[in-house]
Ligand binder design. Sequence first.
Ligand code: ADP
Ligand code: MG
Length: 697
Amino acid sequence: MSVLELKNVNKDYKLAGKEKFRALHNINLSFEKGELVSIMGESGSGKSTLMNLIGGLDSQYDGIINIDGKELKNFKEKQLDDYRKKKIGFVFQSFNLIPHLSVLDNVTIGLTLSNVKESVKVQKATELLDKLGLKSQIKKKPTQLSGGQKQRVAIARALINDPDIILADEPTGALDSSTTVQILDILKEIADDGKLVIMVTHSEKVASISSRIVEIADGKIIRDEKNENYQKNDTKNKLINDVHALPARKEKEGHLSTWSAFKLSLHNMWASKVKNILMAVGVSISLVSMILMLSFGSGLTGYISNTAANYTNPNMVTISKADKKNQSFSEDDIDALQQDITQYLKDNGNDFEVNENTMSPGLNIVTFSLDPTSKDNTVEYTPEGGETKYANVVDTYTTPPYYSKKNMLAGEIPVYNAEEAENEDYKGQVMLSKAACDLLEVETPEEAVGKEVHLNASFAGISFEKDVIISGIVDVSFFGDMMVMYVDYGFLNKCVKEAIHNKNLTLPPEQQVPETDLVPNLLYIEADSESTADLIKQYIAQHKDTLTGSVEEQMASMFTEMLSTFSIALAIISGISLFVALIMILVVLYMSVAERTKEIGVLKSIGARGKDIRLIFSSESFLIGLLSGIISIVLSLVVGGIFILVLKSLLGFAPLIMKIEYFGLALLVSIVISVMAGLYPSSKAAKLDPVESLRRE
Ligand code: ADP
Ligand code: MG
């Protein structure tokens, strides 16, 4: 039985439209093992077309091609892959070695695709290369070899799987005459070893050494004759059999392993390392900005809530109305709130009671007196023997108890005792912010404490003057160094009531209650513990439609809200830049597929399945993702470190918290976008038609 038989084979190429071009007409050929066949014919006569059909690279034909009596057309895809892998060895005119692999790796690749053990692969390939006189060349790259050497490597690659048929398309076309002779000798030896060698050649001289000459013209066979003078040497299977006497290959062979695919991709990435590193750096820039943005986000949020917590008395809860138009708390409001909160605490297993003893009223007074010459709303201070100085206070708050002792730069938070205040010589107390204190031109905050100052104030159109004592200076720098004065609500109430009485005035209706007390727009609860305070804050949060917390808390939450809006904007920006990175990887991988079309064709001709090619390219995109991820982690550590150092020295603190999760996220995102970017190029590579890829020059 002939090893290979073609019966009435026709091959049509589809052209544009419905046109067809018949490249092979009614081919009938039959080949035996041990034959060295020369296929001759002019360029374009159909020689390569014939070789591709025999090699199983092209299954679109009419007629029958039998391999060992089995029809090629009936082969399932898997059988066809196996056929190309084990039955056929291809040798090309332009060698088609894979440039980024060493000589050894170029030969072992055929076994790598079958997942053969590393040691077996190396042993077989080394021995084969040795027999072909290339032992000293195995570490070289193909570009470092001469033409004849390259072709010998290609022959070794074709032989490594011990195929029955060697197809050589113009194997000597690119070689000079002396190397041509060497290669022909090798091919003859292979045929004499008992394999079928079919080679395409233009040269009569080359053809003359073969055992049979088949000539094609315009897709038809015009000559098929045996060479009567052909001398078959008894080679005793010189080239091949020793090699295959080596450790037996597993009966059931595998496919390209993921690990080998990674190694192949690494080789390729290393071959174009500059391109790959530049790309990875490009991708990592967006990842670095992502990591830094997240770190700043959590750093700032942490900083703000920390600082707010630091400034405020942790046991103190401030309540104001959410409705900005009506901020006043009526007595009914206050009663209801006291009962409600007490009940809420009870429901939560806390027996703290909110009543007139634990809840006190307050007022947010905002009077502007921006004219420094105006005496309104100033603190007037005359040092001994010196000139009078004015602190032009912008805002006055009745929030002293809200502040924590920690933030006193000097002195104490003012206290007010209604009974003491009945005394004739009673002097009220005020607390100033650092900025207001600075206007008094004292050397240190301590110097201001205990000094008597003259207060020119106005509230709701009622102005009054009062000599008061500075009880302390508070640090409010968290909100910027505002010029603020703090008075106690009770004291302010007393001053306003006195002014009304002395000047026979009446308060505007919205400020008036029967006893002409002020109407509070703030309520303070001094809880017995931080946990009680937290529960009350929880109550406020649950009633956020009607109630809000302190100005400080509102500001902190406003900051946090701003920050999260900002973060969303930044997330969108980094999303866009990651998308750009994705496109960049896609383009680079796509170009890489285009550059490596020939290589893909070669891999397919030696039995790589579409899946294997996809695996190689996917692992490459995975590795690019991994590399970008690692680079971005290193870069963010460096850049983040610099930020922290610079900010610490400039501001004294660095609102930057680099969490390990952010690095993990960056690595994940990097791998995901790279793998996503690789999907299209990989499937494009997997689908490449081997015949067309090989035709590319
Ligand atoms: P040879 O190898 O003998 O030089 P080929 O087998 O490459 O010739 O080509 C045989 C004929 O088929 C040529 O006329 C060529 O133009 C045509 N041909 C080859 N490939 C294609 C294709 N993919 N589509 C259309 N025509 C093709
Ligand atoms: Mg050709």
